[in-house]
Write a protein that binds this ligand. Structure first.
Ligand code: ARG
Ligand code: ZN
Length: 488
C-alpha cells in the first residue's frame, strides 16, 4: 500500500521529527486504520518521487545488500511467542505472534515481514495499532513514539492458508508447506514470513516459545524441547516447545503430521528427539542412533554441542532437500544417509549457533557442513578428507571454478560452488596452516561466535591470528576468484 505508506511517512516527517519522545496526536493521520490490501492507488505522490522517510521510521529491510527487503530496521527482536493452531484438513493456520523487541532508534513506525494471511489486529504495548500491508511488509504505526533503547511488545493476530515460496530457481518450495497430514516447515532463506510475522533475517536471532494446537492424533514438532506434556481437550492437542537459545528465523519450524517418535539421551549425554512419518517408520531407529552418535562425535571435533537437545525428522513431503532446523534437522521425503545427517548436524555449529550476518557469507554454513561430510567419511573409514579434496580438485572443468563461492548471486545462493568449493577452501586452509592450528581455529570459531553472527572477514582474521600466517591471498583465490586456484 504505497499511498498509505507515503502518507504516513509524510505525517511522520512533518509531525514527529521535532517531538521525539512525545506521543504523536492520534487522528492526524489520514491513512486507513486497517489497511488490508496489498495494492494501493498511488495517488499521493508522483511516480518516481523519492520516498520521504523520517528518521523515526524503521527501514523496510535490515540492510542485507542481496536481499533488500528481508528483515527490517529500527529494532531488534529478542523473543517470539507463537500461539498457533493448524488444521491439516482446511490448511488454516490461525493465532497470534507476540514479538518482544528493543528499539534501536526512535520509532514512530516499523515493519514486520509477513507474506499472506489476514491480519485482524495488531497491538503495540497492549494498545491497538494501525497497520498496513505493502507486499510482504506489515507496516505498523506505533500508537505512541517508541524511544530508542526502549523494550516493546507487538502482538499480531492473523489467520489464513499459508502460501509457501515457490521459487523460480534452485530453491524449490520453502516456508510453511501444507502436507496431506500436516505441515512441512523449512524456511531457508526467507520463508519464516510465510507463517509468522518476523524480522526475517538471520542477523536478528531470538529465542522462541511455541504453543501449537492440532487435531488429536497429530504431532506438532518445533525447536528446542517440550516444556510440558501435550494436552488434549475437545479433540485437539496442544504442544508446547521452547527454544531457549538464540535462533535465526529461517531455522524455526512447526512441522506437524502423523509421526512415530523416539526420544532418549545420547551416550555423550545429549537429549535426542527423532521422528518419522509413518512411511519412513523403518528408518526411525537408525535416524535416532546415528543422530545421537554423530552429535556426540561433532562435539569432540567442533567444540561442545551448543543446544539443549539434538534430533531429526523425516517427513513425507518430497522437498528434495534437508534443512538444519535448530535442534531438529528435517529430511524432506527421503531416508538420509549418514553423510547427510552429518551435514545437517554440523550445521548446528555452523549456521545455527554461529550464523551468517548476511547471505553472501553462506559458504560459512555450507562449506563447513560439506567439509564435515568429508571428515565423517574419514572418521568412519571411507575416503579421507584429503582424498575428497583431491578428487574434487582434479575435476578441472567443474562449473564451480568459474563461480566464486564467497559472492554467490542472490538468486543462486545455494550454488554447488558454495558447498563444494567452500569445503575445498577449508581443506586448502588446513593444508596451509596444519592440523593443529586448523582444529584449534574451528573450536575457537564456534566458541567465540556461539549463538551470534559472523562474517567471512572475521573468519579470515581469526585464521590469520590463530596460525600466525598471512592468508589473504589463499582466501581470495578460493573464495573470490572465478578461476581454479593453483595448489601452493
Ligand atoms: N541448508 C540446506 C542444506 O544445505 C539447504 C536448504 C536449501 N533451501 C531451499 N529452500 N531449498 O542442507
Ligand atoms: Zn547445508
Amino acid at each position: 500500500m504505497m499511498a498509505a505508506r507515503r502518507l504516513t511517512t509524510t505525517f511522520a516527517t512533518l509531525a514527529l521529527i521535532s517531538v521525539i519522545g512525545c506521543a504523536p496526536s492520534e487522528g492526524a493521520v489520514t491513512a486507513p486504520a486497517h489497511g488490508g490490501s496489498a495494492s494501493g492507488g498511488g495517488a499521493a505522490a508522483s511516480p518516481g518521487a523519492p520516498l520521504e522517510r523520517s528518521d523515526t521510521v524503521g527501514a523496510p529491510g535490515i540492510g542485507d545488500p542481496a536481499f533488500p527487503l528481508d528483515g527490517n530496521g529500527g529494532y531488534d527482536v529478542g523473543h517470539y511467542t507463537l500461539k498457533l493452531s493448524y488444521d491439516p484438513a482446511s490448511k488454516l493456520l490461525a493465532g497470534s505472534a507476540q514479538i518482544q523487541a528493543t528499539a534501536v532508534q526512535n520509532l514512530s513506525r516499523f515493519d514486520l515481514d509477513l507474506h499472506g494471511f489476514t491480519v485482524s489486529q495488531v497491538t503495540v504495548g497492549g494498545s491497538e495499532a494501525r497497520f498496513a500491508r505493502e507486499g510482504d511488509e506489515l507496516v505498523v504505526t506505533a500508537p505512541k513514539m517508541i524511544v530508542k533503547n526502549a523494550p516493546f511488545t507487538v502482538t499480531v493476530h492473523y489467520s489464513g492458508v499459508p502460501d509457501p515460496v515457490r521459487n523460480s530457481s534452485n530453491l524449490g518450495t520453502y516456508g510453511f508447506i501444507p502436507t496431506p497430514d500436516g505441515s512441512f516447515v523449512t524456511s531457508e532463506p526467507d520463508g519464516a514470513k510465510t507463517w509468522f510475522p518476523s524480522n526475517d533475517h538471520p542477523s536478528n536471532k531470538a529465542t522462541y516459545d511455541f504453543e501449537i494446537t492440532v487435531p488429536q492424533g497429530v504431532t506438532a514438532i518445533a525447536n528446542g524441547e517440550q516444556t510440558a506434556p501435550p494436552k488434549t481437550s475437545g479433540g485437539k492437542t496442544t504442544f508446547v516447545w521452547r527454544e531457549k537459545h538464540p535462533m535465526a528465523s529461517y531455522l524455526a519450524t512447526m512441522t506437524t503430521g502423523k509421526f512415530d517418535v523416539r526420544t532418549g539421551t545420547s551416550p555423550g549425554g545429549i537429549p535426542v528427539y527423532a521422528a518419522t512419518d509413518p512411511k519412513y517408520r523403518d528408518a526411525l531407529d537408525t535416524l535416532y542412533t546415528k543422530t545421537a552418535e554423530i552429535t556426540d562425535y561433532w562435539a569432540t571435533v567442533f567444540g561442545p554441542y551448543p543446544f539443549s537437545s539434538t534430533g531429526g525428522v523425516i517427513d513425507d513431503f518430497n522437498a528434495g532437500y534437508a534443512l538444519e532446523n535448530q535442534t531438529k534437522p528435517i529430511y524432506g521425503g527421503f531416508t538420509p544417509d549418514t553423510g547427510i545427517i552429518a551435514h545437517e548436524l554440523a550445521h548446528q555449529w555452523f549456521g545455527d549457533s554461529v550464523s551468517v550476518k548476511r547471505w553472501q557469507d553462506l559458504w560459512l554454513n555450507e562449506g563447513f557442513a560439506t567439509y564435515a561430510e568429508w571428515l565423517w567419511s574419514e572418521h568412519t573409514g571411507g575416503a579421507t578428507a584429503e582424498q575428497m579434496f583431491r578428487n574434487a580438485y582434479a575435476d578441472k572443468t567443474n562449473a564451480m571454478w568459474t563461480y566464486p563461492p564467497g559472492k554467490p548471486r542472490p538468486e543462486d545462493l545455494f550454488n554447488d560452488a558454495v558447498y563444494t568449493r567452500g569445503a575445498l577452501a577449508l581443506h586448502a586452509l588446513r593444508q596451509k596452516i596444519g592440523d593443529t592450528a586448523f582444529f584449534t581455529l574451528i573450536k575457537k570459531w564456534t566458541a567465540t561466535y556461539k549463538y551470534g553472527n559472523a562474517t567471512t572477514a572475521q573468519f579470515i582474521a581469526m585464521a590469520e591470528q590463530t596460525s600466525g600466517k598471512k592468508l589473504g591471498p589463499l582466501f581470495d583465490a578460493w573464495l573470490y576468484q572465478p578461476t581454479r586456484p593453483t595448489l601452493g
